[in-house]
Design a protein. Structure first.
Length: 384
C-alpha cells in the first residue's frame, strides 16, 4: 500500500484554513543603498577623477623612412632617387600619458598599464623637471631631433666616403677635465697633435678618429681659434672613455655646425621629437646614397642615437618600441648594445627578432645579412 501523498510537500500548498506566515522586514534598504553609493563614488573618484603624478609609456606610431608619400620621399637625397622596390625600414616612437602639457593619468589607466606587457609606469619627477611646460618640453625634444638628423647625415656620408666640413666649437668644460682654463666656450678646434701624429680638424669624423686612436692620459696639443678670431695652442691631457672602450676624450662639451655637400632632407612631423631615430635616419640616407643596395630587406625597425663617427647610443622606452614595431609588421628590430640589459625580465612579443647593433658599420652589416637571408647568425643580446 502506497503512502499518502503530502500535497504540501509536493506542490507547496498551504493546508486549508492555515494562515500564511509573514516575513519581518528588517529595514536594511537605506543603509545598503548608502554603502553602495559610497563604494561607487570612491571607485569613480580614485579610478576616473583623481589624477596621479606618474607617466605611462606605451607603444607609439612607427614610420617607414623609405616611404614615398604623394611623390615626396620621407628621406630626400639630391641625385639619389628611391628604388622601384624597397622594403620597410621603420623608426619607432613612444606615446606618453601624463607628461608636460598632458593631463595626469587616472587610476584606471594606471591599473591597465600595470597589467600590460607593452606599457611602463614611471614617476613624473624621474622623467621631467617639475616646472617645465609642455611647450618647453616640445621645444627641447625638437632640438634633439634636429641634432640627431645632422648627426645621421654626418654618419651616413662618412660611411659612404663623402667628405663634408664641420665647425666644432667648445660649448663647455667638465669639472674633471684638464682643459679647464685652457679651452673656453666658443673656441673652435682646428688642429690636433700627439707625438708624431698631427691632423687638421675639418669635421667631427676627424676629431673622433683622432681621439679613438689616442689612449687616455695622452697629452694632446690642441690648436684653437677663439671667438675673437685669434689662434692659440694649449696642451690638454686626455681622459679615459666612460664606456671602457679604447680611445680617450677631452672632457669638453662640443657644438657642431655642419656644411654638407648636398641638401639632405628628412621629412618628419614637427610633432615628433627626441634623438632616438638617429640610427634609422642614417641607414635611410646611406640606402639612398648607395643606390638602394639594401632594397628588399622586408620589414625592419630599429632605434638608437647616432654620433657623427657612427657610434650607436642607448635610448628610452625600448620595450614599448619593440611592441610598436611588432604591431606594425616588423620582423627584425635593431637595438643598441647598451639597451640589451633593459630587456631583462620583460615578456617580449613573439615573431620579431632582436638584432644587437653597436655602431653604424654593424647596422649596415645587419641589414645586408637580412637582405641576403642570412639571419641565423645575426648578433643578438646576450642571455641574462
Amino acid at each position: 500500500m502506497k503512502d499518502p501523498v503530502n500535497e504540501t510537500q509536493v506542490f507547496g500548498y498551504q493546508p486549508i484554513g492555515a494562515a500564511p506566515k509573514r516575513r519581518k522586514r528588517r529595514g536594511k534598504g537605506l543603509p545598503t543603498l548608502l554603502v553602495t553609493a559610497l563604494v561607487v563614488g570612491l571607485g569613480a573618484w580614485f579610478g576616473f577623477i583623481k589624477h596621479y603624478p606618474y607617466v605611462i609609456e606605451s607603444p607609439g606610431p612607427t614610420l617607414n623612412v623609405l616611404a614615398v608619400e604623394n611623390g615626396v620621399p620621407f628621406v630626400q637625397v639630391p641625385g639619389h632617387e628611391p628604388g622601384p622596390k624597397e622594403g620597410k625600414l621603420r623608426m619607432v616612437t613612444v606615446s606618453l600619458r601624463g607628461g608636460p602639457g598632458n593631463r595626469n593619468v587616472t587610476g584606471i589607466e594606471m591599473l591597465q598599464a600595470y597589467f600590460s606587457n607593452s606599457m611602463k609606469i614611471e614617476p613624473y619627477e624621474k622623467m621631467f623637471p617639475e616646472q617645465i611646460s609642455g611647450a618647453e618640453e616640445t621645444k627641447i625634444q625638437r632640438q634633439y631631433m634636429e641634432s640627431s638628423m645632422d648627426n645621421a647625415k654626418a654618419a651616413a656620408l662618412t660611411a659612404a666616403g663623402i667628405k663634408f666640413k664641420s665647425e666644432i666649437r667648445v660649448a663647455g668644460v667638465a669639472k674633471n677635465s684638464d682643459a679647464i682654463g685652457k679651452m673656453e666656450p666658443g673656441d673652435i678646434i682646428r688642429h690636433l697633435k700627439a707625438g708624431e701624429r698631427s691632423e687638421n680638424v675639418d669635421s667631427t669624423a676627424e676629431l673622433y678618429r683622432f681621439l679613438n686612436n689616442t689612449p687616455g692620459g695622452t697629452v694632446v696639443t690642441v690648436g684653437l681659434e677663439t671667438d675673437k678670431g685669434e689662434n692659440k695652442e694649449v696642451e690638454v691631457k686626455t681622459l679615459p672613455r666612460d664606456d671602457g672602450k679604447s680611445g680617450s676624450r677631452f672632457g669638453v662639451y662640443i657644438g657642431t655646425k655642419f656644411e654638407f655637400p648636398m641638401d639632405i632632407k628628412i621629412n618628419v612631423s614637427e610633432n615628433i621629437g627626441g634623438p632616438s631615430a638617429g640610427t634609422i635616419f642614417a641607414l635611410a640616407i646611406y640606402e639612398r646614397i648607395k643606390g638602394n643596395e639594401l632594397s628588399g630587406i622586408g620589414s625592419v625597425a630599429g632605434t638608437g642615437t647616432i654620433a657623427p663617427d657612427g657610434e650607436v647610443g642607448p635610448i628610452g622606452g625600448v620595450v614599448q618600441k619593440i611592441y610598436g614595431a611588432k604591431r606594425d609588421g616588423a620582423k627584425f628590430f635593431l637595438i643598441p648594445n647598451e639597451n640589451c640589459k633593459d630587456l631583462s625580465g620583460h615578456r617580449l612579443p613573439s615573431g620579431i627578432q632582436i638584432v644587437r647593433t653597436d655602431d653604424f658599420k654593424m647596422a649596415i652589416n645587419n641589414l645586408e645579412s637580412i637582405n641576403q637571408g642570412k639571419t641565423d647568425d645575426l648578433p643578438t643580446c646576450p642571455a641574462e
